[in-house]
Each structure stands twice: as structure tokens, then as C-alpha cells.
Design a protein around this ligand. Structure first.
Ligand code: NIG
Ligand code: FE
Length: 441
């Protein structure tokens, strides 16, 4: 059994004895231990505590490790002096399996076109679908693998990944098989969501029921038989899937054991939030456009509201009303929406910073929303999202920092020294010896 101790931690963040979903005011409660240690056995958190209470057998680990003082991440005892240790980010909404990129449309948007206008002229999701059709399963896997590696180095330990750029039986299955292979091969924890209802393919533009039938009769049975998805999602939006269409598709998914998630209220007040709540969705995601009815429905439910600030930023939309949601008692998570059209970045450090800067989340709230509640929004709260004995050892070790608020404050800096996923370090450099631009004198 491999045994590792990280000690002299300035502050061990989000220490909890059990998993929970944090709603409303409780999101600001971030339990921490100052001057702490954490013990990792294999891929799991074994124990943690304050330095004065370090057990003797663990103290021996430090005394017997000649490399302990060097900051060498291959050492068994790692001196984290001045650094914060957090649970790795849990990113509960991404579309990171995609082919090519869409920066030409990005420039079109700079010249004045809107997301909806680009979609209406056959760009957007349909552009990605055309590129995906021309890409082999292997090439798709390799591109997604590179993205996952980058995310791990940025501190993400778990991701949900959606299909939705296939839009044919073959294309959707291709995407979901890539996600299944990523699940098998990657040390990150991954959940798969079937999003066949991302947009109507051109041949079904005037035959919505025809495409819905394809989803229900041709796609879902194979997906269920091969165990290719954990959740089902629909882009519920004007010009995409309306409420009766959304409901029909989600109910069919439920029949196959797939819990709903919904892209809701991104561009318009679509009624998607209320529909999600009514169908027992695990999460309703986006929520740029909310009114009191949608907020009230969410507050009175077990459904979590997943906010995607980098998508709002990239599309120049109003940011999600996070404070109103919390005041009403909603549970919220933060996620990246990593995709080629509305958030070509999966950097959760930026998501956390942006939620503070633009949505006025406190640093403690943002960290909880991106860890504990993010894990919940992937049904992985028992396994991830906090520093809890028995949970997977997915950790961020920061650079030496003046305080935790420095993380969202200095939003453009790389403030992470090391990331541990399943007990193994993913960055190839030793812990930095000197603080670099970290608020310390
Ligand atoms: O979550 N809104 C719908 N789906 C994605 C964007 C997909 C795309 O533009 O490729 C989103 O923003
Ligand atoms: Fe999305």
C-alpha cells in the first residue's frame, strides 16, 4: 500500500465528516483546519488533522524520509509550508468531446452576429456536428484526452461530459463510446450525459417529431443496453426544444433509468427550470435568465442549479443571479460548460474567480459550489468534493498564498503548485520553492 503524508499545510480546506448538499446560506460555511496534515493511502484520503495532533506513526514517515524537506512530489512526506490544500474541482457540466474548433464564428460574433443568429444560419452546434461526422472515434478520443490532461493540471478531478454533436444514431453513439473509453482510461472521475436533443439536425427542421422518435426509438435503447449514459439532457430553448418536446424526451430517458439534467433558461425564460423540477432533474443548468417563478420552483426542490459563468461571459450575457438564488435557499453548483461554442475553456479556477467577481459569490461559497455541490450534481458526493476520510484523494495544493481569497482575487495567475488525482501527482514540477506573485511579502 502506498502511503503519503502532506504536512505543514497552512490551511486544509473543506474538511467534512460526511457528504452533503449545501443550500442557501449554508454555502458560505467552509470548514477548514489551520496548520494541518493529510494522510493518503493509495488513491484515498485516510485521515487528516492539525499538526500538534499528528500521530506518532505519521511523524515517523517524516523523520524516515530523506527527501521530505526538498519539496519533491515523489517524496512520501511532503512539506506544504505556506500552501493551501483543497479538494480538486468537480466540473459537473461540460461538452469536452468535440471535433475541431469554432474561432471563425467567434470572430463573426465580434463583428456583431449573435449566438442565435449563427445557429440560425447553420453554424454553431451544427458546425460542430459536421466536423464531428468527419472525425474518427480515435481522433475524437485523443483530442478529448488532451483536454482532460489539461483540466487535471488546472485542478479538475471530476467531470461530467455530454454528447450532442452527433445528432445521428451513429454520431451520438460514437461520442458516448468515446466518453465510455475516457471513463475507463482516465484517472479523473467521469459521468456521461446523453444530449441527443441538443438541436434539430437540418433534415428534421420541419419534422421535430421525426427526430424525437429517432432519439426515443433508435438511440435510447442502444444507449441503455450498452450502459453508455448516466443522465439525459435537453437544450430547452426558443428555436431548439420547447417544453412539450423536452418533457417527452426526458420522460423517455427516465424510462431507461437516465436521470434528467436540462439546459434551461440560457437565452430566454423557457419554463425549463419548472419542467426540470417537476421531472425530478438532478440539475438545471445555465440559468442566465430567471424570474421569481423559476427561482421559487428551484428553491423548493432537490434539483441543483448549475451556474456557468464563463458561458455568460463568452456570449456577453447577463451573469446568473447567484445571490438571488442563494437568498431564496437554492442549492447551486459552478461548472465550466467547456464546449467550442459558448465556453472554449474548462478552467475551473477562472469559473470560481468569475463567480466571485461578476456574481458576488464569496470565495468560500464559490469553492463549495465548485467542489461539494459540483460532486452532488454528478451523484458523486459520497466519493468526491471534500476532504473526508474514504473519499478519493483528488487534491489541489496551491502556491504559498497570503489567504484563500487570493485565489479568485488574482484571477489570471497560475496559483496551483500541484494537483493530486487518485493519489498521484499530475504536474511534473516539484513544489515551487519560492512564492511567485502570491500576495506574500
Ligand atoms: O451549454 N447551449 C447549448 N449548448 C452549449 C453550447 C453548445 C455549442 O455552442 O456548441 C452550452 O452553452
Ligand atoms: Fe452546456
Amino acid at each position: 500500500m502506498s502511503s503519503r503524508l502532506i504536512y505543514n499545510i497552512k490551511r486544509l480546506v473543506n474538511t467534512r465528516e460526511e457528504s452533503c448538499l449545501l443550500r442557501g446560506a449554508a454555502l458560505a460555511d467552509l470548514p477548514c483546519i489551520d496548520d494541518a496534515w493529510i494522510h493518503i493511502e493509495d488513491d484515498r484520503i485516510a485521515a487528516y488533522g492539525a499538526m500538534p495532533a499528528l500521530p506518532r506513526d505519521l511523524r515517523l514517515l517524516i523523520e524516515n524520509d530523506p527527501t521530505a524537506e526538498t519539496g519533491n512530489p515523489s517524496a512520501r512526506a511532503i512539506d506544504a509550508g505556506g500552501r493551501f490544500v483543497l479538494p480538486a474541482w468537480c466540473d459537473s457540466h461540460t461538452h469536452l468531446v468535440y471535433a475541431g474548433s469554432r474561432e471563425a464564428e467567434f470572430v463573426d460574433k465580434l463583428r456583431g452576429l449573435s449566438y442565435a443568429e449563427i445557429a440560425a444560419r447553420g453554424g454553431g452546434i451544427l458546425n460542430s456536428a459536421r466536423q464531428l461526422a468527419d472525425t474518427t472515434e480515435d481522433a475524437l478520443f485523443n483530442a478529448a484526452w488532451q483536454r482532460l490532461q489539461e483540466l487535471a493540471r488546472l485542478g479538475t478531478g471530476a467531470v461530467e461530459i455530454k454528447s450532442g454533436y452527433g445528432l445521428t444514431v451513429e454520431g451520438e453513439l460514437k461520442m458516448l463510446r468515446v466518453i465510455k473509453k475516457l471513463k475507463e482510461k482516465s484517472p479523473l472521475s467521469i459521468k456521461a450525459t446523453f444530449l441527443g436533443a441538443h438541436t434539430y439536425p437540418p433534415e428534421y427542421r420541419d419534422d421535430h417529431q421525426g427526430y424525437i422518435d429517432l432519439i426515443i426509438r433508435e438511440m435510447l435503447p442502444v444507449i441503455a443496453r450498452e450502459g453508455l449514459a448516466d443522465y439525459i439532457d435537453v437544450f430547452c430553448e426558443k428555436g431548439f426544444f420547447d417544453i412539450p418536446e423536452t418533457e417527452q424526451i426526458l420522460r423517455a430517458g427516465i424510462q431507461y433509468g437516465l436521470r434528467p439534467k436540462i439546459h434551461a433558461n440560457q437565452l430566454h425564460l423557457s419554463g425549463g427550470v419548472e419542467t426540470g423540477v417537476r421531472l425530478g432533474a438532478l440539475s438545471v443548468d445555465h440559468l442566465e435568465t430567471m424570474d421569481t417563478s423559476a427561482i421559487g420552483a428551484l428553491a423548493g426542490s432537490d434539483t441543483i442549479g448549475t451556474l456557468l459563468p464563463t458561458a455568460a461571459f463568452f456570449l456577453r450575457m447577463p451573469f446568473q443571479p447567484a445571490r438571488d438564488l442563494l437568498d431564496a435557499g437554492c442549492a447551486i453548483a459552478l461548472a465550466s460548460d467547456y464546449n467550442p461554442g459558448s465556453s472554449p475553456s474548462g478552467n475551473m479556477n477562472l469559473v470560481v474567480a468569475m463567480s466571485c467577481i461578476q456574481m458576488r459569490l464569496l470565495p468560500e461559497e464559490a469553492i463549495n459550489a465548485a467542489t461539494v455541490n459540483g460532486a452532488y450534481a454528478m451523484s458523486m458526493g459520497h466519493e468526491l468534493g471534500s476532504i473526508t476520510p474514504g473519499k478519493r484523494a483528488n487534491l489541489i495544493i496551491t502556491r504559498p498564498l497570503s489567504s484563500l481569497a487570493y485565489l479568485p482575487y488574482a484571477f489570471g495567475s497560475d496559483l496551483i503548485d500541484q494537483v493530486m488525482i487518485g493519489g498521484a501527482f499530475v504536474r511534473d514540477r516539484p513544489l515551487a520553492r519560492r512564492p511567485v506573485n502570491t500576495g506574500l511579502k
